[in-house]
Design a protein around this ligand. Structure first.
Ligand SMILES: [Zn+2]
Length: 78
């Protein structure tokens, strides 16, 4: 995976977030892959093996969670 440096994280998120209700950069989420809580604004962008540019968990590349693996901090998924 190759990391892509994002200059304007708010703009990038707005343009690439695949769902409605784009979260605020100051919001917190839990990543279900590494089970860590992070601030959205710390997200990273990587180009994966399929040449796809994806928004990843801030703990990537150790964690392979992308934004579809982010859940609200108080959400009990177990
Ligand atoms: Zn993670």
């Amino acid at each position: 995976m190759k990391e892509v440096k994002i200059e304007d994280k708010e703009k990038y998120l707005k343009e690439h977030y695949p769902f409605e209700n784009i979260p605020n950069l100051r919001d917190q989420r839990r990543c279900i892959h590494c089970d860590r809580i992070f601030t959205i604004g710390d997200y990273k962008v990587f180009i994966d093996e399929d040449d796809e540019e994806l928004i990843y968990c801030p703990y990537a590349p150790e964690c392979d969670g992308t934004l579809i693996d982010w859940i609200p901090v108080d959400y009990d998924y177990k």
